[in-house]
Design a binder for this molecule. Structure first.
Ligand code: DQA
Length: 149
């Protein structure tokens, strides 16, 4: 099993950016957590990409087809605006989990729309960077033999 974790804009600023909302752990800590959590969830390979550019995220999703069994995605601000990312996820039709570090439902009205949610079988919010481990675990369970769902 191979998983691709995709992070959108400003996730590389973790630890610096609004620590009261996103925590004090930095992006390197997130990369390390993803590597460890992917292995613990049973993935032979867990790759991680981050970009501040919408088209790069679309390219990463398209390239996942045939290369990965599932996706964990935090599209960050593009969650709330990007039909292109939704369409890319629908195009590749890989099992996908949406993850957010902050408690998005408790935040501003403009964050309450998620385009990508339509293409995801689960959404995790408000668990900090640990939410990525939760997402990888859900993805692994979804991909396990015997789970037809
Ligand atoms: C976020 C929530 C988004 O609303 C925001 O634009 C982000 C990060 C999160 O992980 O909590 O950049 O996706």
């Amino acid at each position: 099993m191979r998983a691709l974790v995709i992070d959108g804009p400003n996730i590389n600023m973790l630890g610096i950016r609004e620590p009261a909302i996103y925590g004090t752990q930095d992006y390197r800590a997130l990369c390390e957590l993803i590597r460890r959590a992917g292995a613990e969830a049973g993935f032979e390979r867990t790759d991680h990409v981050q970009s501040n550019h919408e088209g790069d995220l679309v390219d990463a999703i398209q390239r996942a087809l045939g290369a990965y069994d599932g996706i964990v995605i935090n599209p960050a601000a593009y969650t709330h605006t990007s039909v292109a990312i939704l369409d890319a996820l629908k195009a590749v039709a890989l099992p996908c989990v949406e993850v957010h570090i902050s408690d998005v439902p408790a935040r501003e009205a403009f964050r309450q729309v998620s385009y990508v949610r339509q293409a995801c079988f689960a959404t995790i919010t408000g668990e900090g960077i640990q939410g990525y481990a939760h997402a990888l675990d859900l993805l692994a369970r979804r991909l396990s033999p015997g789970n037809a769902s």
